[in-house]
Design a protein around this ligand. Sequence first.
Ligand code: ADP
Length: 575
Amino acid sequence: MKCILFRKSGIMNFKNVKKYCKLTYEVFKISPVHFIFIYVLFGAGALTSALGVPALQMVIDSLTKFNINHEKMHSVFLAVIILFAVKMLNTLFSYLAGFLGETYDLKSYKHLLGKFIRRCGSLSCIDYEDKNTYELISKAESGVKGAISFINVVMDLITNYAVYLTVIAVYLIRVNSALIFVLLLILFTVIIEQKIKTGLYSKTEDLAASDKVQSEYYADCLLTRDMVKENKTNGFEPFLLKKLNAGLKNISELKNKETKKATGISLLSNMAVILEYLGTIVILSVCVIRGSISVGAFAAIFYSVDELFSMLENLLYGRLKSFSETMGKMNNYIIFIDADVEKEDKGCISGQKAVMFNNVSFKYPGSSNLVLEKITFKVDSRETIAIVGENGSGKTTLARLLLGLFKPFDGNIINPFETDNSSAVFQDHAEYPVTLSENITFSDKADRERVSVLSKKSGITEDKDTVLSVELGGKELSGGNLQKVAIARALYKNHDLLVLDEPTSALDPISEIEMYKTFEKLTKDKTAFIITHRLGSVKFADRIMVMKNGRLVGFGTHEELINTCGYYGELWNKA
Ligand code: ADP
């Protein structure tokens, strides 16, 4: 069966601009006044930063005039005050914009992450059986931050860079139109320098990527709590360390090569920068000699070359580069959030009393083999059914279809039970890092009395307030005790359908016998399916389903099957 999710997903393209605008509007709507205020502050910061250049020119020009005419003291004073005010305002605006921007980022993150988590929750179980889903989820998760960065980048380009560069360009043209060449020269140097650098760094990143992933994986193996025990007892540590060290050695060799090349490249790029200074001095000097600009303009422009250089560098290789990167990430987020989940209720008809499978076949996403083939049966309400068969015969898959977690590939299922009134114990039951009591009461209101009764029935002796996590200062339960908690949790939830998949596999023989007695009592007025390999323990079941290689090869009472189903006889004799 094909994964239901993202059949209609698209790839990144500019046609999605409408969606980007919608997302930006959504982020804007979180707090419109706050949003506008931040970007007005960014614009004001850029404006005051650019105005710093003419303000500096005013100071130098007034000082030059003061040297000639000592009565011009007040204009020096005024120019210094203007420069001071411009610089102060710039610091204030930039600081405030940065601070408010960060708090807004947190709000946006909370909003977009919440949406992402809700979307993950709406995925169906079959989506989680497809490896592509994990990739999409992980991409969309980094898309949360990507979307915020993208909005920041776009707003920054409009309110910061555009304002700054326009003001500077207007200033240069007004002082002398030839000065626009200074801007072009800096632009040219930035492009040359970055072209040389990025070529080298991205090549090293590519070469080191696979060693990085592998080293991180081996480091995880060495540090993860569950694996540490097995590593130590089975003597895997030296092997893992050897693998880790080999990866790290490759990475450091690549880095060494990169450092050597980078030193030579730095030298080249520094020369490019020196040439840019030289070119600027030449252009400015010619303008001064011709009398077309003042000494103040010369000094102010020359002083601002560094700022202009880093501004253009940031714009071309920081902002514009992250524009496409973050747009790609945001696109992954949008695809994930907006993807249509097809409602495939094919084969699932509610409202009937009996559970019926009609020629049901099933295969997992990405697999061509049928795991269940043409299964047909009818189970009346309040019947208890045992499902038996060898490993891999399809029992767990059948249970997932019974619970509505998977939909049939072919055939149809009539199931009167909704998720709200079904309950299950799975083989890989979860242990949540909260108290034992909370581990049981998740599904409903916490009722300590009910918890005590069910805990007793399930044979739980642990304190109900024990936190089930060593990491959080609590305790790790034994496999058997954990299984008892999972059983109590399933029984705590209101249910008319109970599906138990090997519910006693971790219990000792005495607890197992007790548990089956509990099941017998608790399943009397419910519809129940119990998957088990302990054939002797399910005598209380009304009927037994026998599974073999994805097919239902026998269905009846123990006596009927012993007489009619040879395969059941084989299983029974082996048990
Ligand atoms: P049982 O519960 O009887 O041991 P299962 O229902 O777990 O059998 O598995 C039936 C078959 O489905 C097995 O061959 C198993 O390898 C295959 N299978 C189980 N889960 C997946 C999956 N997520 N993707 C592909 N094949 C799977």
